[in-house]
Design a binder for this molecule. Structure first.
Ligand SMILES: NC(=O)c1ccc[n+]([C@@H]2O[C@H](COP(=O)([O-])OP(=O)(O)OC[C@H]3O[C@@H](n4cnc5c(N)ncnc54)[C@H](O)[C@@H]3O)[C@@H](O)[C@H]2O)c1
Length: 255
């Protein structure tokens, strides 16, 4: 095998979900820079259109979808294959966090909502994408998003969210075992604290400052700092990595 520092993603089809979010936007822009063709998926058409219009390269498409509608996944994946020419990468970032003050404040609706988006939709979309990659016969990359909560269990009111991310990490390993025979890798990125609406909504300034102190690198990451691990996992450089969870937390936790 010859050595190249390029990602090897030129002309490859990539789906990014949660693409209009803080990290999703940075990931989408990074994929466009590699020469990949990106389908940016999020709930609001105007937001994805505005983002896609500013992307480097060509052949990108913005799609509005609520991924809780599991029945829509097959058409979404089929559309990606048709409009991008192929599907090589699924980067699934779409997620919701309902941070509550304590365990007692967590409602059944909070539990279901977070599980429906973060875990259930992630499973069915990953399986649908993986099956499409098998049919194409060219291998592929599935990249899921976990969180440090998968390890800590969350703090009181965020335990339901943490449980979804524990599920994602576990599911990643199971999917990796099944899809490996087809040269489709399945991995997770586990961010620490990243400056996005998800982190900042309902967060007190004192807690924010405390997070910085608990992070050896001393600051809260910018979204672009999460794009590197994602592009790496999608690249040729990571072809022998599967079932792993990359801890991108600035040392907040070490595992
Ligand atoms: N920001 C952090 O500090 C942090 C830390 C750990 C993990 N994460 C994870 O990183 C990923 C990206 O998070 P972010 O910080 O960019 O959050 P964000 O809230 O900025 O973006 C999430 C995006 O997902 C979209 N989304 C939500 N529900 C959807 C649905 N049903 N269908 C389609 N799209 C939907 C939202 O519209 C939003 O644009 C998530 O998986 C999150 O759990 C973030």
């Amino acid at each position: 095998m010859g050595w190249s520092v390029g990602a090897g993603l030129e002309g490859k089809g990539v789906i990014v979900t949660g693409a209009a979010g803080g990290i999703g936007r940075a990931v989408t822009e990074a994929f466009a820079t590699t020469g990949a063709r990106v389908m940016a998926v999020d709930v609001d058409q105007a937001r994805v259109d505005e983002m896609v219009a500013g992307l480097e390269g060509s052949g990108h498409v913005g799609v509005a979808a609520d991924l809780r509608d599991i029945g829509s996944h097959a058409a979404l994946v089929a559309r990606a294959r048709e409009e991008l020419g192929n599907l090589y990468v699924l980067a699934n970032l779409a997620a919701v966090l309902r941070r509550r003050g304590s365990l007692d404040e967590v409602t059944e609706e909070d539990w279901d909502f977070q599980h429906d988006v973060n875990l259930k939709a992630a499973f069915f979309l990953a399986r649908t994408a993986g099956d499409a990659m098998i049919e194409q016969g060219q291998g592929g990359r599935i990249i899921l998003f976990s969180s440090q909560g998968w390890w800590t269990g969350g703090f009181g009111g965020s335990v339901a969210y943490a449980a979804t991310k524990g599920g994602v990490t576990s599911m990643c390993r199971g999917l990796a075992r099944t899809f490996g025979a087809h040269q489709i890798t399945v991995n997770c990125v586990s961010p620490g604290q990243v400056n996005t609406p998800m982190l900042l909504t309902g967060l007190s300034p004192e807690v924010y400052e405390g997070m910085k102190k608990q992070t050896p690198l001393g600051y809260v990451a910018e979204p672009a700092e999460m794009a590197g691990p994602v592009v790496f996992l999608a690249s040729d450089h990571a072809k022998y990595i599967t079932g792993s969870t990359i801890n991108a937390s600035g040392g907040f936790l070490m595992y």
